[in-house]
Design a protein around this ligand. Sequence first.
Ligand SMILES: Nc1ncnc2c1ncn2[C@@H]1O[C@H](COP(=O)(O)OP(=O)(O)O)[C@@H](O)[C@H]1O
Ligand SMILES: [Mg+2]
Length: 577
Amino acid sequence: MEILKRILSFAKPYRTRLLTAVFFMAVVAACGGASMYLLKPLFDDGFNKANPQNAFETIKNIAFMLVGLYFIKGVSFYIKDYLLNNTGQRIIMDIRNIVYDHVQNLSLGYFSRNKTGQILSRITNDVVNMQNAVMSITGIVGESMNFFGFLIVVFLMNWKLASLAIIGILIVVYPIYSFGRRLRYISVDSQNKIGEITSIAHEGISNIRIVKAFAMEEYEHKKLAQANRSFFDTFMKAVRITAMSQPINEFIGIFAISILLMVGGYQISNGTLSTGEFVAFAAALMMLFNPIRNLNGVNIQIQQALSSAERVFQLLDSPQEVKDESQAVVMPSFEKEISYKNVNFEYIKERPVLKNINMTVKKGEIVAIVGPSGSGKSTLADLLPRFYDINSGVIEIDNIDIKIFKMSSIRNQIGIVTQETILFNDTIKGNIAYGRQDIPLTQVENAAKAANAHDFIIKSQHGYDTLIGERGVKLSGGERQRLSIARAILKNPPILVLDEATSALDTESEKLVQDALEKLMKSRTTIVIAHRLSTIIRADKIVVLDKGEIKAVGKHEELLTESPLYKKLYEMQFEAK
Ligand SMILES: Nc1ncnc2c1ncn2[C@@H]1O[C@H](COP(=O)(O)OP(=O)(O)O)[C@@H](O)[C@H]1O
Ligand SMILES: [Mg+2]
């Protein structure tokens, strides 16, 4: 019920539209009911052979009225259907926008806890199912109107027969209801299985290179085939129930009608009922079955939609862990220093990743962070743009706690280049300018030149307008890296974070990238992680991190003698190069 209310709350802005639709539903129901009243005179007077002149008059009138009624009914149906779909789609559009907006604003932690495929399935499948819910709810209103319209008609026509029929209908409704309930469980199950299939396919496709490299096509195929088969089985369970429900309902219906026939026939034979009255009654009763059947279908859709809605709302309710404080201010331009003071951080409760971190980065400095893999270097850097919030301690920029600043204003002053270069399926220009469409091409070109990217760009098929394919698959690692450096150069941030920016590259492209990075670092404040020795050696300060703790801070020469860990890391890198 809560969920239903919440879905309906999305309909609020479209109240007038919906009420208009409901009005036209009522017109449709009324026309249907009224047409039943034409049957009695048709049979009793129209087909009366005793008075042919009068009979033709009647038939003519009835024919005209039928045409008129069905014209009104048709127009009303069109208006109602148009309005309903229009509102339904608008509501879904709103929900999808809200959901995606929410997803974009969720903190990084959410994405490491939840599978991409599942999040995608929320935005696509589940939202579409919710659309059915919205349509179904309005469907219920319409069908109920039809139902009550015909119900009133049958009672007005012959309350005795009607009461008898109602008992018959109740007998039919119960099995329909119980079929519906069983279907509900199955449909929830099959929704989950579809989600599984999406998830497996998403993983298999986005990791296709690894799949091929390990010759695991067959393995991936089996994973999907299994989920596929499992969905098939569940679906067939539903089919068995649905396929059975139709004939059973019909059979019970016919059974009830046969009883009516006998009772009605008896009344006709002793003169208490005219043929026309009986035909009209029977027809109205038949019409009564339609809304019942449709309501059953609606019921199934609603059950499906409710479980989807639940998942969508779950996503909508997942809190934004890192967010701006209500009084957040725009960060002034960076002037003096960044400092971490007694910073502690854990991704998972009771499992500290960073312990009591103290470090200062002065404006214009290059500070290198070195340490074994998993020691927390990337985490340390991720805390500065507030990708995650620290558990205790404070991070300050120019002696002000960064929590006071609007996140976007901090991030605007930080450029990040990481090992995984993240590109969009857009043109080269679009990727360098990311999101800033009004930037002139010359500026983009200058950034690309500084990033040693201009040469390969103009050699590619359409120059700056070349589409680079999803996640940049049409480029080499070094080219991708230089594009993200160009992006950082164009952004021109005072603070720079380089997280293993060259470690995935071969020596040849590393040189080009390294050269580009040098230009990028000029007159900026840089935090550089596990980089080329040359950069580390000339860093103003080197921070040696191990298991989340700072083990030593100093310059290269000092550390070589003072820090055995640094010496070891240095020797390992030295050997590798
Ligand atoms: N999103 C995450 N959720 C939970 N644990 C994480 C997450 N990211 C990293 N970790 C853990 O935190 C520790 C530090 O990781 P990281 O900062 O990436 O190390 P480094 O960059 O030095 O290799 C590792 O033990 C890693 O498993
Ligand atoms: Mg790392």
